[in-house]
Design a protein around this ligand. Structure first.
Ligand SMILES: Cc1ncc(COP(=O)(O)O)c(C=O)c1O
Length: 440
């Protein structure tokens, strides 16, 4: 058992030798940026095209991170870049509204069943500002979010469960980072995910809650069976005039043109978008019903920023929207995801392997258990240790497959069935190796 792990580690450590040496040549590393610094895998990439990503050592990997889900049409797609290149000579920032932003808002209004839009520069900026709008609109201070969720790295978004293994209905809110005033905890309510206890907690706190924020499918446990829960959540929030905000930063424009709102056919008050709709450029959107969004002006809710609605991000986003309005990509994309999931899951079932793919359309995740899980908490309860999961991911990387360190995977329109077949073959080879060694 130790030998296989050692062998995988040796190959892994050899992968980016040039990169490692280059890093050593810096007297001191001054850049402390991290993306999702959850794991020990630190891989550096130089360039990417379509479904492939290349490191500085010249290795080529089939990419399933796809810029954390931002590049729906593949890396460096001409669908986006042809338009962006065209405008670069005309100035990249005006710090004033531009006409294209209105064009984008008009088109979004036709797609999203929401009226008005604020353009931001990231997902985190969108959710933190959406929380501000909800608080100002309702004159209530608390925002409810769910265990297992993620709304970005701002102070409110860093309230999370401590994930003590146990009853799914019991959650313990903690601050996930130092440097945040403890008072922030008092402004948030943490709810158990996919658990009816959440509705009781909402009802008990109904006079304090401005909005409930939920990812219609959490990245930590992608799934497509949330309709009943979301419908009930809509009912409970509506009854108490609590706003319901879908955080569609991953699911928006990915599962369907109108995102999970369209997929589940649920009437929501607000939504946030980023990733896919930015076409690979920094972007975010707050969308809401007119009655709510008009309070931004009425109550002077601050929304500005140097790069807000900048011409590059707006042009990129318009390119995404224009393409989606002219082309139906979703049937093929979702069918490809289904093919991938069924191929791997059937193999694992037939061979008695405790591994499954769980997905919401083209967003998917490997779950290292054969048990049904309702939530991230269940996932933690039943999965094999992260340390062993990492052996699986390292072996995939050694074999030319890149899975992002947040372990959320995405298929783009460039991931053809043929490419997916190659991926399935490599995944099965890794699983077989690990099973033989009794690691999974
Ligand atoms: C559901 C969700 N909300 C918010 C965010 C934060 O977006 P960003 O990283 O652009 O700030 C993310 C990013 O992964 C996300 O998945």
């Amino acid at each position: 058992m130790a030998t296989l792990r050692k062998e995988i580690d040796i190959s892994y450590n050899k992968l980016q030798l040039k990169t490692q040496n280059k890093l050593k040549s810096f007297r001191k590393i001054h850049c402390l940026n991290e993306t999702y610094s959850l794991r020990d895998d630190k891989v550096y990439f130089e360039r990417a095209k379509d479904t492939y990503i290349y490191d500085y050592d010249g290795n080529k990997y089939l990419d399933f991170s796809m810029g954390a889900g931002t590049t729906l049409f593949g890396h460096a797609s001409p669908i986006i870049l042809d338009n962006v290149k065209d405008i670069l000579d005309n100035g990249t920032i005006f710090t004033s509204p531009n006409m294209k932003a209105h064009e984008l808002a008009e088109k979004l209004n036709k797609i999203l069943y929401l009226d008005d839009f604020i353009f931001c520069n990231s997902g985190a900026e969108s959710t933190s500002r959406a929380m501000r709008i909800a608080r100002a609109y309702t004159n209530r201070n608390k925002i409810a979010i769910f265990s297992g969720g993620w709304h970005g790295g701002h102070d409110y978004g860093l309230v999370d469960d401590n994930y003590d293994i146990g009853d799914n209905s019991i959650v313990t809110p903690i601050l996930k980072s130092q440097g945040i005033p403890p008072e922030i905890l008092d402004t948030m309510i943490l709810l158990p995910y996919n658990d009816k206890k959440a509705f009781e907690i909402i009802d008990k706190n109904k006079n304090d809650i401005a909005a409930v924020f939920i990812e219609p499918s959490q990245g930590s446990n992608p799934r497509d069976d949330m309709k009943e829960f979301l419908v009930e959540l809509r009912g409970v929030t509506k009854k108490s005039n609590i706003l319901l905000c879908f955080d569609e930063i991953i699911t928006g424009f990915r599962i369907a043109k109108g995102g999970a709102q369209e997929y589940y056919d649920i009437d929501i008050d607000m939504a946030t978008y980023a990733k896919t709709i930015g076409g690979g450029f920094p972007f975010g959107i707050i969308a809401g019903k007119h009655d709510i969004m008009k309070t931004i002006k009425e109550k002077s809710i601050f929304m500005g920023g140097t790069f807000s609605a900048n011409p590059i991000s707006i042009t990129s986003s318009l390119s995404v929207v224009n393409y989606l309005l002219k082309n139906d990509i979703y049937e093929n994309l979702n069918n490809n995801a289904k093919f991938l999931k069924e191929s791997i899951n059937n193999y694992c079932i037939e061979n008695n392997i405790s591994l499954r793919i769980s997905n919401f359309g083209s967003m998917f995740r490997f779950i290292f258990t054969d048990k049904f899980i309702r939530s991230r908490k269940d996932r933690d309860k039943y999965e094999i240790p992260y340390e062993i999961q990492n052996v699986f991911y390292k072996d995939l990387l050694n074999n030319g497959i890149y899975i992002g360190s947040n372990r959320i995977n995405f298929i783009s329109t460039m991931h053809t069935k043929k490419i997916l077949e190659q991926f399935i073959e490599k995944v099965i080879a890794t699983i077989t190796k690990l099973q033989k060694d009794k690691l999974i």
